[in-house]
Design a protein around this ligand. Structure first.
Ligand code: SAH
Length: 465
């Protein structure tokens, strides 16, 4: 079984420091079920790949175990897919081989361990109960985009159909420890099986490895239930503790935010909006960039990873969001040359502000629908008349698409604080008016899966001077 982790962070070979494994050597570990080996098929400045190979001995797995004629009968004990697929054995290996990295520690590159990096994971054969939809439901809300190829049982006999395994590649910007914790928990969840008995201590393991992301995962019930092998009492206890540990932020605004995220999460819409904005900024060769209504700093995180963006500014009216951004971006531990590229400040889009002048491009992602319609005119002048960046990206929900969200009651908006949600003609008319009044041209892009009649869930206007 093979799992690879790659980065294009520069210098990419720093991955060796993060994993505590020298890229120049092969590292082998004895495991209760065979051996694990780590080596680097590629280790250059621009790309570094660490490979973890599990060499599973299926006979060794059962030899000497009492009651080895258990669940599947004796034959199943010896003849099974354990040697070839990612399973709970992989989680055991991740913990043993990359335990320090999983804990978020790095002796030689501590600042890098706390930073989101461009990472790609490839798993050659990942068994997945529920197929591709479950795979996407589990990984996409965590900010991954994924490619997934179903395995074929035997190409000579297509009528046998596909197996339950997929070749899966995940792409995302994450801290390495986060990514490892996602794999540690979700690989056995996808397999929906464990090679060992699940007891009370598994609840602690799950809450420990999932502490930063599981409470807000839209499918946490499925994850907990499968991770704990459908043992109802353990599942109940884990979910109760998750709620208790999650309970700090229960003000209305946060809850409303979570609802919108939950609704849109299966489409990983948020990530797609950010990627689309990034693509526009890159192709405009923008160097000084603004994120207006930056919220918790998710777009800024992507800007920081791309050195083409020399000056980055984030503004938000909410001091609480800015505090979260400081925390999420780990500003206190960023290397100075990176931190110095960024300014975060509090301000309102309703008021002319000299701090917004001198930028090449500005993003206003999912913000306008939070502004009172009578105040939109003020916003338009602040941005398009006074700040006047060369490129502006505005995104907002497309109301027409709302009927396609299965859990959104008809006639309601996606978020409690939305003052309006526009159809495509309404948004386009508003944007065209701005373009005429302030001398911009504007084009429109769909973001997310496009319905032939109702359009895409998010609409984007790209304004250029
Ligand atoms: N752009 C972010 C956040 C979207 S939520 C993202 O895509 O993740 C909307 C954000 O707009 C909130 O953080 C809210 O505080 C901010 N906001 C609302 N009214 C604002 C105003 N008048 N000026 C600046 N920011 C505002």
């Amino acid at each position: 079984m093979l799992l690879t982790i790659s980065t294009t962070h520069s210098p990419a070979t720093d991955l060796g420091y993060l994993l505590h494994k020298n890229p120049a050597r092969v590292h082998s570990f004895e495991m209760p079920f065979g051996h694990a080996h780590v080596f680097y098929p590629v280790a250059t400045e621009d790309l570094c790949t660490a490979a973890l190979v599990l060499d599973v001995d299926p006979v060794g797995l059962v030899r000497g175990k009492p009651g080895s004629s258990g669940e599947g009968g004796l034959l199943d004990q010896y003849v099974n897919d354990r040697p070839y697929v990612a399973s709970s054995l992989m989680s055991v290996a991740l913990l043993k081989v990359f335990g320090t990295a999983l804990g978020g520690r790095s002796k030689d590159r501590p600042e890098l361990a706390s930073m989101p990096l461009p990472l790609e994971v490839c798993m050659a054969a990942l068994p997945c109960r529920g197929g591709e939809p479950v795979l996407r439901r589990l990984f996409e809300p965590l900010g991954y985009s994924l490619d997934c190829e179903p395995g074929v049982l035997d190409p000579r006999f297509p009528e046998w159909g596909g197996g339950r395994c997929f070749k899966v590649t995940l792409h995302g910007h994450h801290r390495l420890s986060e990514l490892l914790s996602h794999l540690y928990v979700l690989i056995p969840v996808l397999d929906d099986g464990k090679h060992y008995w699940v007891g009370e201590d598994e609840v602690d393991k799950l809450l420990d490895k999932g502490s930063t992301w599981l409470p807000s995962h839209p499918d946490k019930e499925l994850i907990v239930n499968r991770y704990l092998r459908h043992r109802t009492s353990l599942t109940r206890s884990a979910l109760a503790r998750l709620v208790a540990e999650d309970g700090e932020e229960t003000d209305e605004e946060t809850n409303a935010g979570t609802e919108e995220e939950k609704l849109e999460a299966p489409l990983s819409l948020h990530q797609q909006r950010l990627n689309a904005t990034l693509a526009v900024f890159r192709s405009a060769n923008a160097r000084r960039v603004l994120d207006l209504g930056c919220g918790e700093g998710r777009l800024i995180r992507l800007f920081l990873e791309d050195r083409a963006f020399e000056e980055i500014a984030g503004m938000d009216v909410s001091s609480r969001s800015l505090q979260m951004a400081v925390r999420n971006l780990h500003l206190d531990t960023l290397p100075p040359q990176k931190r110095d590229r960024l300014k975060l400040f509090q301000g309102s889009l309703m008021y002319r502000d000299d701090r917004l002048s001198g930028y090449d491009a500005a993003a206003v992602v999912e913000v306008i629908e939070h502004l009172d319609p009578p105040r939109l005119a003020a916003f338009e002048r602040v941005l398009f008349d006074f700040a006047r960046p060369q490129t502006v990206v505005v995104t907002t929900p497309n109301r027409e698409y709302n009927s396609l969200f299965p859990t959104l009651p008809a006639g309601t908006m996606r978020h409690k604080d939305h003052r309006f949600e526009w159809s495509r003609p309404e948004f386009q008319e508003w944007a065209a008016g701005i373009a005429t009044r302030f001398g911009y041209s504007v084009r429109f892009l769909p973001v997310g899966p496009e319905d032939p009649a109702l359009g895409a869930p998010t609409q984007m206007g790209v304004f250029t001077l």
